[in-house]
Design a protein. Structure first.
Length: 155
């Protein structure tokens, strides 16, 4: 009975060996990096961004806003929906009405998520901009006023 238990443990020895080798490699890499790395503080010239020998004239661009990543995740969600539609299209006739109902429920769920995200403002890219009219609406009296103002300036 002890022999049977010992054989079960023997199956895990290669995994234990790989785990030990992995830990030794990772810790050895950190130690070697600490010993071999230069210990001087870099100068401002070395910390400056290098662009093909051209001194940068403007500051670094700002980081992407979080909203950019939200839109990217929404895009991935709809890509996944399209990926799920291909197998459905292949076996559409075999699934029958049940398959059609399931795909409609799936699509409705994803569409409801999109409607929710749009209502929460996930796709808006900044403050709302309202158009301001530059001139009042055109009428005969406003045209006469404008023409009269131009003739006064010319005189």
């Amino acid at each position: 009975m002890v022999l049977v238990e010992l054989m079960n443990v023997d199956q895990y020895l290669p995994i234990l060996g790989l785990l030990i080798v992995g830990v030794l490699f990772a810790s050895g890499s950190f130690v070697a990096s600490a010993l071999l790395a230069p210990h001087k503080r870099p100068s401002d010239a070395k910390l400056a961004p290098y662009e093909c020998g051209i001194v940068p004239e403007i500051d670094q661009p700002q980081r992407f806003p979080v909203r950019f990543y939200l839109v990217a995740m929404i895009f991935v969600i709809f890509d996944i929906e399209v990926v799920f539609m291909y197998p459905f299209a292949v076996v559409f006739k075999q699934l029958g009405l049940f398959g059609l109902v399931e795909v409609l429920v799936f699509s409705a769920t994803v569409f409801a998520a999109l409607v929710f995200l749009v209502s929460e403002g996930a796709l808006s890219w900044g403050p709302v901009k309202h158009l301001v009219t530059g001139m009042p609406s055109r009428s005969s009296s406003s045209t006469i006023v404008r023409i009269g103002a131009d003739s006064n300036k010319a005189a």
